[in-house]
Design a protein around this ligand. Structure first.
Ligand code: PNS
Length: 160
């Protein structure tokens, strides 16, 4: 069984993430969307909230699982018997950081490959940070996040 992991903060999930999840789920037998718990990074949504939003959003994709991890991604990959890391690339500006992480992960575990997928052009400007800023200021995020979680995200942002 070919298992891939799509790791990230997902704080919160956006339509850009959904684009990658939907496309990657068609390539692999199982795709695990893995929310990172990073003690050094202040998140707006808790890990439980982020996972709940993703679960709602991927409801129609039967081979997608939602999980979380703390610590090294390669350790989580080994635990899940996964050999492929999925990463989305939006623009050249993402490349340098992603390139460094891909090489470092390969150094940590040479059996693990990173596969980059280009985000669809219409989502190339989209990020969780932009969604949070617009949402907090009362702007419309309707086309930026999955419809099933729009109200949940709006409520949280207005109150944060
Ligand atoms: O959505 P993000 O915040 O860009 O995701 C970054 C993430 C979670 C993929 C990255 O921070 C990560 O892999 N963290 C786990 C810790 C780890 O393995 N670090 C070494 C990577 S070189």
């Amino acid at each position: 069984m070919k298992v891939a992991v799509y790791p990230g903060s997902f704080d919160p999930i956006t339509n850009g993430h959904m684009d990658i999840i939907t496309r990657a789920s068609k390539i692999f037998d199982k795709l695990i969307v893995a929310v990172v718990r990073n003690p050094n990074k202040v998140a707006t949504f808790t890990v439980a909230e982020r996972m709940e939003l993703i679960k709602k959003a991927v409801n129609g994709l039967p081979n997608v699982e939602v999980d979380h991890f703390e610590g090294l991604l390669v350790d989580f990959m080994r635990k899940k018997n996964a050999r492929v890391i999925i990463k989305g690339l939006r623009a050249v500006s993402d490349f340098e950081y992603e390139f460094q992480m891909a090489l470092m992960n390969r150094k940590l575990d040479p059996s693990i490959e990173t596969l980059f997928m280009m985000t669809s052009y219409k989502y190339s400007y989209l990020s969780s940070s932009v969604v949070k800023e617009i949402g907090r200021l009362g702007g419309c995020i309707g086309e930026l996040v999955p419809e099933v979680v729009l109200t949940d995200i709006q409520k949280k942002l207005i109150n944060s």
